[in-house]
Design a binder for this molecule. Structure first.
Ligand SMILES: Cc1cc2nc3c(=O)[nH]c(=O)nc-3n(C[C@H](O)[C@H](O)[C@H](O)COP(=O)(O)O)c2cc1C
Length: 263
């Protein structure tokens, strides 16, 4: 099974690649959480040959909150030496996301065989100084992705893993064990999203919000509650570019992976 979360399509593309390479089905976790949270997030492995993958974006040098929540709540049964892998997509630096995920899984007695990271176009635009990649950088990352995935598949098939495959640019401890907890505690839940006059009332933002916190009122989106995980799905996927995050996103580019074109 390939459990995945993706806001702007990068991790979806990776999940699909892995699903094809290892002939494992796909499961989108925010939908799974919404559908099954009442009775518990239960999953039983088919047999010992089933491979388990967790694919997600790196957010603030840790796993995206939707995936963290999913891993914490997952009630996995039938684990008999199955191979478990995690893949984090990131703009260029995942810090110690691998260590965080390995520990979360270990706490549930799920041993992680290996973690991989993949450099993909950046989608973080919610803070001053951060924006999407310039067009040539984005194109280069997308062009490199298939060969990087080939290497990941080869590493899995040959069981040859290397720490050097994990993207880190320094100060990983500070980023993942100081900044990530601050992000979870103080940034998550707060949001300044708003729709502009360009809104065409299509409702896509409400549909793609992984925590279901956007509701359409009088044809316009309203962000309610404190469940925003800052994944940026709403702001990037709006077909009319009619969503802003306070003033900080004004004038910045938007990004969606081609796998989501027209969706
Ligand atoms: C809230 C947030 C935090 C992010 N933090 C990081 C980060 O710490 N390091 C990094 O390289 N990229 C970071 N990014 C960029 C994403 O990890 C990257 O664009 C990812 O591939 C998006 O995946 P998706 O399209 O599946 O959502 C962040 C993006 C968001 C929205």
């Amino acid at each position: 099974m390939v459990f995945y979360f993706s806001a702007t399509g990068n991790s979806l593309w990776v999940a699909q690649y892995i699903s094809n390479a290892f002939n494992e089905p796909l499961c989108e976790v925010s939908g799974f959480i919404r559908k099954h949270s009442a009775e518990g997030l239960k999953y039983t492995l088919r047999d010992e040959a089933e491979m388990l993958f967790f694919v997600f974006p790196v957010h603030s040098w840790g796993p995206a909150l939707v995936m963290l929540h999913f891993i914490r709540e997952l009630q996995l049964s039938g684990l008999k030496g199955n191979c478990v892998f995690a893949i984090g997509t990131c703009g260029d630096d995942c810090g110690y996301t691998d260590r965080i995920v390995r520990k979360e899984l270990a706490d549930k007695c799920i041993p992680l065989e290996a973690f991989f990271s993949l450099k993909m176009p950046n989608n973080y635009i919610l803070m001053r100084g951060f924006g999407v990649d310039p067009e040539p950088v984005k194109d280069e990352k997308l062009a490199m992705a298939p060969s990087s995935m080939e290497q990941i598949v080869k590493a899995i098939n040959t069981r040859s893993y290397s720490e050097s495959q994990i993207l880190r640019t320094g100060m990983s401890w500070l980023k993942s064990y100081v900044v990530y907890p601050v992000f979870k505690r103080f940034v998550i839940g707060r949001q300044s999203f708003r729709s502009t006059d360009a809104c065409i009332s299509c409702g896509l933002c409400a549909k793609v919000c992984p925590t279901g916190m956007i509701v359409m009122q009088n044809g316009k989106p309203v962000w309610q509650g404190r469940d925003c995980v800052q994944c940026t799905a709403c702001i990037h996927r709006c077909p009319a570019k009619a969503i802003e995050f306070g003033k900080v996103s004004v004038g910045k580019g938007r990004y969606v992976h081609p796998v989501l074109a027209g969706k």
